[in-house]
Design a protein around this ligand. Structure first.
Ligand code: UT7
Length: 335
């Protein structure tokens, strides 16, 4: 019998200053602001010029710890979601642990692309619910600009850089926190969205560079079809099995890949658009960072409040997808 719930007690985020607008992209590839806005909902994205994924992750984590009023050395565990690690090893979690000064924490990386934060959140929650740890930092951060081919108009318009972090702590109040989750993967989707080069299958060589295999590849049309279905299916299913309807939900927190996918998910949940967190217009797809970026921005703006019901929904490379049902527990932001 589970005796504890994991609750999110603090959120934080970081986005780099430099903005890459649709108009900037018009000068780089054959595209238009109008096409990008109407097909994706994106107006601009942020780009990290100097530094790596761990640097953004550390800033997001610092922000979350500050909001909770605790020191880095109080953190027990860091679960880091990213597909753009600083390097293959050591893990980005280790680099963050050092830079943050979380000297009593251990940590590891989770690789699940755009579902990375959700998978990391559920992983971190297990350590809290068993009673093993009391303060778990879950971070989603990606520097997508380093694996984006800025000569490929199909994909370079989609991605941006950013980071978000949450702190998980235990409570014995079983009515709040992470109430339920549905997590899925289907590896047969790997061909449609991947980065071919650099790993043990295709180690770096002149050939892999010439073939542009160190950049993200996506067959957008194929991914779009399964993403629309996958994200909506698990969002509807999690409501149904908890005897809830769209009317019971205060916020849908969707992965921000395409506004049309988000709209379709909200529609299937019979959810009013005013209850959907959307910031894709400002940041594009920041992969593991989209969900915590939304949570942090909405909390900071005073729109995400204690006891509200949230559904997180994600879809990404793998394929990986899932949903989580949360009763929000962080203290409201001080206005
Ligand atoms: O986060 C992980 C999961 N990823 C996703 O969920 C992404 C899913 N996919 C998508 O969001 C969409 O498929 C895209 C935004 C990537 C593409 O939108 P689409 O409506 O599926 O466009 P399309 O690929 O069917 O292309 C339509 C047309 C094509 O021209 P033709 O063949 O009809 O003449 C493309 O060549 O638009 C063209 N096109 C562009 N035109 C201007 C493709 N990219 C661009 C562009 N600017 N940047």
């Amino acid at each position: 019998m589970q005796k504890r719930r994991a609750i999110i007690t603090a959120v934080g985020h970081y986005v780099p200053d430099k903005i890459l607008s649709n108009f900037d992209l018009e000068k780089m590839v054959d595209t238009t602001d109008e096409w990008i806005r109407t097909r994706t909902g994106i107006r601009e994205r942020h780009i990290l010029e100097n530094g790596a994924t761990s640097d953004m992750a550390v800033e997001a984590a610092k922000n979350a710890l500050k909001n909770r009023g605790i020191r880095p050395d109080e953190v027990d565990l860091i679960v880091m979601a990213t597909i753009t690690p600083d390097m293959f090893f050591p893990s980005t979690a280790c680099l963050v642990q050092d830079k943050l000064g979380a000297k009593n924490a251990w940590g590891f990386d989770v690789s699940a692309a755009c579902s990375g934060f959700l998978f990391a959140l559920m992983t971190g929650a297990q350590f809290v619910e068993t009673g093993a740890y009391k303060k778990v930092l879950v971070i989603g951060a990606d520097k997508m600009s380093v694996i984006t081919d800025y000569s490929d108009r199909n994909n370079c318009i989609l991605f941006g850089d950013g980071a978000g972090a949450v702190l998980l702590e235990p409570t014995d109040d079983m009515s709040v926190g992470i109430l339920d989750s549905i997590l899925r993967c289907d590896g047969s989707g790997g061909g449609a969205l991947h980065m071919k080069g650099g790993g043990s299958l295709n180690p770096p060589s002149h050939e892999t560079v010439d073939k542009r295999w160190h950049y993200l590849y996506q067959d957008g049309k194929s991914v779009f079809k399964v993403a629309v279905m996958g994200m909506a299916d698990v969002s509807v299913e999690i409501l149904k099995r908890n005897n809830l309807t769209g009317a019971d939900v205060d916020w849908l927190v969707p992965h921000q890949a395409n506004l049309r996918i988000i709209d379709a998910t909200a529609e299937r949940m019979e959810l009013d658009k005013s209850k959907v967190m959307i910031n894709i217009d400002k940041y594009g797809n920041t992969t593991a960072a989209t969900v915590p970026l939304c949570l942090s921005e909405w909390w900071q703006a005073g729109k995400l409040k204690k006891d509200q019901i949230l559904v997180i929904a994600t879809f990404g490379a793998g394929y990986t997808w899932g949903s989580a049902l949360i009763k929000w527990s962080a203290e409201d932001a001080k206005g």
